[in-house]
Ligand binder design. Structure first.
Ligand SMILES: Cc1cc2nc3c(=O)[nH]c(=O)nc-3n(C[C@H](O)[C@H](O)[C@H](O)COP(=O)(O)OP(=O)(O)OC[C@H]3O[C@@H](n4cnc5c(N)ncnc54)[C@H](O)[C@@H]3O)c2cc1C
Length: 412
């Protein structure tokens, strides 16, 4: 039965969901306070990272984290002004890293990744999107035999879950795949099926075009409040209210504010990330490169190069510290000696992150006609098409393609 649905948030998760609901015959409006891909979905690294199945909270991570925190511009940082606020989230993160929890989260992440990969194939076909994809693979680089050996259990994990890869154990083998790297990289793992979009903002806009071509509407509204009503939901805006049969809440790192208006307290935080996008000609980048020990990546965006990563647990309101983007660029210059670092554009984005590394996908406990779809952290682009299909089956009252219990909002 056709339903009136409002999707809150025109990032990659909201737009993918709107498109899938529209495909199933529903009447869909998307509300965003700023516009299409105005936030985190604009400037990410553009990777569909289906190989990255391991949750961030791995057993033993809390022993390593203090070392990373010693360098204030290192891969992980907590601004002093935010240290107390982030403490409860860190405690939950630590709990998620305990061996029994970790195994369950790993299982959930694997199933979401496998489903998302298949869903992306369907989405690309739906919107005729192949021309926006780059299927060049990815290389994770290591600087010593010891660092490489330490990574092998994670590669074994990938093997167990059917992920294709090749381990490269010499500088020559690395240079065959990507010339111009510093000789400091001695070993690597190459994942041939890794893919990237040419530009994550342009990809979201491409999906929006398909949505509009089929009669969908994107409207500029800030949503202030959600209230359950009989058989539906009331959405409060600055200039009035709109009722719908269902609401999908996909407002990225701001979603918990609206969940709170329904009485749901979800421990969503943001892992802020930084990057610099260099223009075409900056470097002959043949594939996505991951500098594992340094927490950043290089990806090809519109034939330029985007150097980015880092995790700053600094909340939604502190000003950005673009020294982080500069630090990553300095390192990239050492790792890719021919890199031309002139003419770059800096960016900071708010990864929407839950402490157990997997998103919330499912109904609000107090308002079942509100479906939550947020908290994808480092993997929102990767899991967007998969999330969209899960949300759509829940709204249609069908069995979801994967078990959704691990993603429930009441798990915290
Ligand atoms: C440096 C960096 C690199 C990354 N690289 C990758 C990568 O390579 N691959 C990958 O899969 N992921 C990556 N990510 C993560 C990915 O970008 C995010 O997980 C994803 O963009 C989240 O999408 P979203 O739609 O949930 O949120 P957003 O894109 O943030 O969209 C949320 C939208 O909601 C709107 N909104 C918020 N509150 C309201 C309100 N009250 N009313 C109306 N509108 C509202 C906002 O305006 C915004 O447009 C990266 C992130 C960063 C920071």
């Amino acid at each position: 039965m056709m339903q009136q649905i409002i999707v809150i948030g025109a990032g990659i998760v909201g737009i993918s969901t709107a498109l899938e609901l529209q495909r199933r015959g529903h009447s869909v409006r998307v509300f965003d306070r700023s516009g299409v891909a105005a936030e985190t979905s604009a400037g990410n690294a553009g990777a569909f990272a289906f190989t990255e199945v391991e949750p961030l909270a791995t057993p033993g991570i809390m022993r390593k984290a203090p070392k990373w925190l010693l360098d204030p511009l290192g891969p992980l940082s907590i601004p002093p002004a935010y240290a107390l606020k982030i403490a409860p989230w860190m405690l939950r993160f630590w709990r998620a890293s305990r061996a029994d929890r970790y195994q369950k989260l790993l299982g959930a992440q694997v199933s979401l990744m496998q489903h998302s990969s298949a869903a992306l194939t369907r989405q690309i076909a739906l919107v005729d999107g192949e021309a926006r994809m780059q299927r060049d693979g990815q290389m994770q680089l290591y600087e010593s035999e010891a660092e490489y050996r330490a990574s092998l259990p994670t590669w074994e994990l990938r093997r167990r879950h059917g992920i294709d890869f090749e381990l490269l154990e010499s500088r020559e083998a690395i240079a065959e795949r990507q010339p111009g790297l510093s000789p400091r990289f001695t070993h690597a793992g190459f994942t041939p099926n890794w893919m990237n979009t040419i530009d994550p903002k342009a990809w979201t806009e491409h999906l929006v075009q398909a949505f509009r071509d089929r009669g969908g509407q994107i409207e500029t509204h800030e949503v202030l409040n959600l209230t359950p009503i009989e058989n539906g939901v009331r959405v409060t805006l600055a200039n009035g209210t709109v009722d719908a049969d269902h609401v999908v809440l996909s407002a990225g790192a701001w979603s918990h504010h609206l969940a709170q208006t329904l009485g749901d307290h979800i421990p969503l935080e943001t892992e802020r990330g930084y990057n610099t996008t260099l223009p075409e000609g900056a470097f002959d980048l043949r594939m996505h490169l991951t500098f594992s020990g340094h927490g950043f990546v290089a990806s090809r965006i519109n034939n330029g190069v985007r150097i980015g990563g880092a995790v700053e647990l600094g909340g939604l309101t502190l000003p950005p510290n673009f020294k982080r983007a500069e630090t990553l660029l300095d390192k990239a210059r050492q790792f890719l000696p021919g890199l031309n670092t002139e003419g770059g554009t800096q960016w900071m984005g708010f990864r929407p992150s839950l402490p157990d590394s997997i998103p919330v996908i499912g109904p609000s406990p107090g308002a079942p006609n509100v479906i939550y779809a947020f908290g994808h952290g480092h993997l929102g682009l990767t899991q967007s098409a998969g999330t969209a299909e899960i949300v759509a089956t829940l709204i249609d009252g069908q069995a979801p393609p994967i078990p959704t219990t691990p993603f429930a909002a009441n798990r915290f």
